[in-house]
Ligand binder design. Structure first.
Ligand code: GDP
Ligand code: IMO
Ligand code: MG
Length: 429
């Protein structure tokens, strides 16, 4: 198995960072291919916590870490993140970190618009974005006025591009705010960032080709989760990129034939941060308990995550559409004290039994999840490293999921620390 793609199967925060860090030990390169610093990936190594948003999680092991063309980069944030991780003793240099010159930039005006728009929406109309300018930056990319790192090579055209972006958004900003945003200071500060970051900027599709030709092992690191995907998620309560595994190719320039093993990361329950449908949400004591034990607070915004039971319909669609051929079940230990554990196997929608995740989820009312209830194990699984050492009911829970979704569980995570996991299939090994 030469290459590996890791994607979330729910609404993000499944524990992708921990698993990428774990498997990066056997990889030669780790590649981010979509999203931006809306991601928050937490790694815990010997009680030391690393929080990454934009840097690939492989950087902590000093592996070649690549930001592919599909990522939107806030250069101010990137500089800060490099500084912070360097202060934690991780060396980031031009030999272990490369950014695609084709990456689109998140400018200060994008962040401004993101917050402005959210503030104007009322109640459940709010998406609950991370406020980091992700959506507006991708919009500029799609409408072909976006700014890329390669544009800094031509200062005259660069200024024209800034003017075009700021003029476009100022029509709307002036209407709602009665003022315009000037591009001058932002052009100066972003150009300074570019100077500092230029040593990392290169042609990454070619780098990936060379790595692949030399039989190097590449790990593609997805951000967010399947149901935040722009096309396949719970639109409009989604992010502005494609989070499905196929985007690992588009967002990095890696030939689709490079993508062989695709691992779907799944929490043993479900969480969501921000607004939008969540059929198995437990807006009660059960949800509170899951959130408390699982420490379910967003890495990026600190918001409390909504919590509920595992949803098999969600997993089945994510496995099918992303081409997932192995699962990683994380946070099993969070369920240790539950007497009963529920798994949603179908929905009742207006008295119809539905077994496949519906398309128009955000417009559907009256969804009642139908559960299978399993007996809990009521003993600790924290730090268990062998499947046979798991309580029998925990083994039954995992086997049940495998049968329901028709996909094998390759890794089980039993705690936040790097080595708190059960590796059933060693992937790269
Ligand atoms: P990501 O965005 O998918 O990388 O996930 P986050 O890092 O945002 O959220 C996952 C959280 O769960 C982090 O705080 C991890 O340290 C923690 N975590 C990961 N795996 C486990 C596990 O198996 N058990 C427990 N208790 N915590 C875990
Ligand atoms: P990781 O990689 C969880 C959510 C936001 C919001 C929606 C749109 O840590 O799993 P955006 O700022 O992207 O326009 O917000 O997407 N969201 C995430 N939720 N984990 C993430 O990333 C997320 N990235 C974005 O909360 O609901
Ligand atoms: Mg996260």
């Amino acid at each position: 198995m030469s290459n590996l793609t890791i994607v979330g199967t729910q609404w993000g925060d499944e524990g992708k960072g921990k698993i990428v860090d774990l498997l990066a030990s056997s990889a030669d390169a780790v590649v981010r291919f979509q999203g931006g610093h809306n991601a928050g990936h937490t790694l815990v190594i010997d009680s030391k916590t690393f929080k990454l948003s934009l840097l690939p999680s492989g950087i902590v092991r000093q592996k070649l870490s690549i930001i592919g063309n599909g990522v939107v980069v806030d250069p101010i944030h990137l500089e800060n993140e490099i500084r912070e991780i360097t202060n934690q003793g991780i060396d980031v240099n031009s030999s272990n970190f490369v950014i695609s010159s084709d990456c689109f930039l998140i400018l200060p005006i994008h962040k401004y618009i993101d917050s402005l728009r959210e503030n104007q929406k009322k109640g459940s109309k709010k998406i609950g974005t991370t406020g980091r300018g992700i959506g507006p930056a991708y919009e500029d990319k799609v409408s072909r006025r976006g700014l890329r790192f390669c544009d800094f090579k031509n200062p005259k055209e660069l200024e024209e591009k800034f003017i075009s972006i700021y003029n476009h958004h100022n029509v709307w900003i002036e209407k709602f705010e009665g003022k315009k945003i000037s591009y001058h200071n932002d052009l100066k500060s972003i150009s300074k960032c570019y100077q500092n970051l230029s040593r990392y900027i290169d042609n990454t599709w070619l780098l990936l080709k060379k790595l692949n030709d030399n039989k190097r092992k590449i790990l593609f690191e997805g951000a967010q989760g399947f149901y935040l995907d722009l096309d396949h998620g719970t639109y409009p309560y989604v992010t502005s990129s494609n989070t499905v595994a196929a985007n690992a190719s588009i967002g990095s320039g890696a030939n689709p034939k490079y993508l062989k093993k695709i691992l779907g990361i799944t929490k043993a329950y479900t969480t969501r941060v921000g607004n939008g449908p969540f059929p198995t949400e437990e807006n009660n004591d059960v949800g509170e308990k899951l959130g408390k034990i699982g420490k379910e607070f967003g890495t990026v915004t600190g918001r409390k995550r909504r919590c509920g039971w595992l949803d098999i319909l969600m997993l089945k669609k994510a496995i099918t559409v992303s081409g997932i051929n192995g699962l990683v079940l994380t946070k099993l230990d969070v369920l240790d004290t539950f007497k009963d554990i529920k798994i949603c196997t179908s929905y009742n929608i207006n008295n119809q039994i539905v077994e496949d995740f519906p398309n128009d989820m955000s417009n559907l009312k009256n969804i009642t999840p139908i559960y299978e209830t399993l007996s809990g194990w009521e003993e600790t699984t924290k730090g268990v490293t062998k499947f046979v050492d798991l309580p029998l009911n925990a083994q039954n829970f995992i086997r049940k999921i495998e049968i329901l979704v028709e996909c094998k569980v390759d890794i089980i995570s039993t705690g936040p620390e790097r080595d708190e996991c059960i590796i059933i299939n060693g992937m790269f090994n």
